[in-house]
Design a protein around this ligand. Structure first.
Ligand code: DAH
Length: 354
């Protein structure tokens, strides 16, 4: 039953239209799934040319006494649709948000992705140990150039031109007096020129020699030079420092052997062997069955080298040493081929720096 007694035919028709519009609109609203469809719905019914607006316009044809009642009915429908629209918009937003939350669900229990970070090269692992040991004995770490002059690499180290000792080191020359250093010993001269005794330095670095490549030779390898100059330094100091070093690197039970040797820049000169840490001196693959591993050359700094750097050999004395870092590394890790240290194969490198 209509709440309004409508007598005129037009009024009745209009009321039926309103009713039909209401049913249809509410059904369509129910089916709306997206904000865009909702906006289309709003335009379709309540926009300037929307069905409800048209209905309102059509009221002009009604008899004057019907208009207020019809106006009220249309307005009620308008309010109803307005409310339903807002409600639908809210529901729609809520369900969209829920869907989004579901899609973007985070599994907080999943393990995180870590970026692999690089590790230290085995040579650097061992070098850091060597540096720690010498720093704890009061040595400074200094650096020197890889491209050297003949003077620093040979001449000032008591190896004049045509000296047979030059044959011991096959040199890469870049120009007549310019070369890739064959030994870090060049750092001794540079240090003594720059510092006054007491001097206690080590100089780690790359050195170069025109050697054939094989399992134990590489044209690029590494040395750690050491130099101590002070008043009253003796061979006992040399032995004490190097023994201490060997024990810290290879363990306290390691035996240390000083063999007489020759280097032009030291007098007397020695080579230092340590008992093989792998077999304890019995002989094995690592020590090539000798029971000993040669790790460095050393000696008392030649007076001519001191005086060449302006240090009076009557007042001062010193000792020097050159450690082979590659040998230290291959024996520690039982690496059978020195080339592995230079090939940078990750499968090899990943085994160190633990
Ligand atoms: N420079 C030498 C070499 O490459 C090693 C060496 C021996 C360094 C005796 C020294 C030293 O400082 O005193 O074979």
């Amino acid at each position: 039953m209509s709440p309004f007694p409508l007598h005129k035919k037009e009024g009745k028709e209009m009321q039926e239209k309103l009713q039909a519009l209401k049913v249809q609109a509410l059904a369509e609203l129910e089916a709306v799934q997206t904000p865009q469809e909702l906006e289309e719905f709003r335009v379709r019914y309540m926009g300037k040319k929307g069905s409800l607006t048209e209905l309102l316009r059509g009221m002009g044809s009604l008899p004057a006494e019907e208009r207020p009642k019809m106006g009220q009915l249309v307005n009620e429908l308008r309010q109803l649709l307005d409310g339903a629209l807002t409600e639908r918009a809210g529901a729609l937003q809520k369900s969209l948000q829920e869907q989004k939350l579901k899609e973007e669900k985070l599994d907080v229990t999943m393990p995180g992705k870590t970026k692999p970070i690089g590790g230290l090269h085995p040579l650097n692992v061992v070098l850091n140990d060597v540096i720690d040991i010498f720093q704890s004995m009061g040595f400074d770490v200094v650096d020197g150039p890889e491209v050297e002059t003949d003077h620093y690499n040979f001449e000032a180290l008591n190896v004049p031109q045509d000296h047979p000792a030059r044959d011991m080191q096959d040199t890469f020359y870049l120009a007549e007096n310019l070369l890739l250093r064959t030994q870090t010993s060049a750092a001794q001269i540079r240090t003594m020129e720059q510092r006054k005794p007491p001097i206690r330095i080590i100089c780690p670095g790359r050195v170069f020699r025109a050697d054939e490549v094989d399992a134990t030779h590489s044209p690029v390898f590494h040395q750690i030079e050491g130099l101590v100059v002070d008043k009253g330094v003796t061979m006992c100091d040399l032995k004490g420092v190097l023994e201490q070093f060997a024990h810290e690197i290879y363990g306290p039970d390691t035996k240390v052997k000083f063999r007489p040797s020759f280097f032009p820049f030291t007098e007397p000169s020695v080579e230092v062997d340590v008992s093989c840490s792998e077999c304890g001196g019995k002989g094995c693959r690592v020590c090539k069955d000798s029971g000993w591993i040669e790790i460095l050359g050393a000696g008392m700094v030649h007076p001519r080298v001191l005086s060449g750097c302006g240090i009076d050999p009557e007042e001062y004395s010193g000792f020097a040493f050159g450690i082979g870092l590659d040998r230290l590394t291959t024996t520690r890790y039982k690496i059978s081929d020195i080339r592995l240290l230079f090939e940078n194969d990750l499968r090899f490198l990943e085994q160190f720096d633990k």
